[in-house]
Design a protein around this ligand. Sequence first.
Ligand code: ZN
Length: 256
Amino acid sequence: MAAVADRAIAGQGTPEAQWLPWLAHQPMMEIDAAQLVPPGCRAVVVAPHPDDEVLAVGGLLAQLRALQRPMLIAAVTDGTASHPASIAWPPHRLAIERPLESRRAWQTLGLDVDRMTEVRRLGFDDGGLMRQRGPLARQIAALLRPRDVVFTTWRHDGHPDHEATGQACAAAAACVGVRLIEVPVWAWHWAAPGDARMPWQRAMRLALDAGAARAKREAVNAFASQLEHDPSTGAGPILRDTTVQRAQRPFEVFFS
Ligand SMILES: [Zn+2]
């Protein structure tokens, strides 16, 4: 997988056995879903690839659903570049399957798609978002309303598409004048406890109730294309065991 500068996404990444004891003692502002998205506001989740919305904010989405908050999920790409040179998962199959996997995951989270939850597929090229940040920022800005709260991948997350989406959302949110919350996804993989590259002073922790934590855990199972070995290339799963275990945390961490 591509990497940005010193934030390489390789191997299994930092395991939860290292993160969890450290996070348990790391001072962080505690915040709840109603504070993050106050009454009268809409949550806009901008996902570079189908699965990022669940890995980043799946628990929050389940809680916002319980609060009856309106939501918009913007899928920036269809995730067609996840299996280079694969016969089992060619781009045209991924373009069909990955958005369907997201739909199944949202159902597991209890989202009421097409009524309380609007969905937009933006159709950008998977793997090419760094070159398309300007058009992406303009498309996102056009979706935003004054009382939105935007959630997206952290602009230094390590995956080029995640960083490009974080940067585009920052530009769009500033243009419209709405709040932006960035979420580390791959950063948990390349960083280590106490890593000075992560902005811990801006970190907030959302505790997940048992129902939201279970829904997120089960929602991740919808991403079959990302969880299986590829027999045609010999490549291992895109979402490693460490990634799946991270999605089982009873909390989510955001950067304000
Ligand atoms: Zn992604």
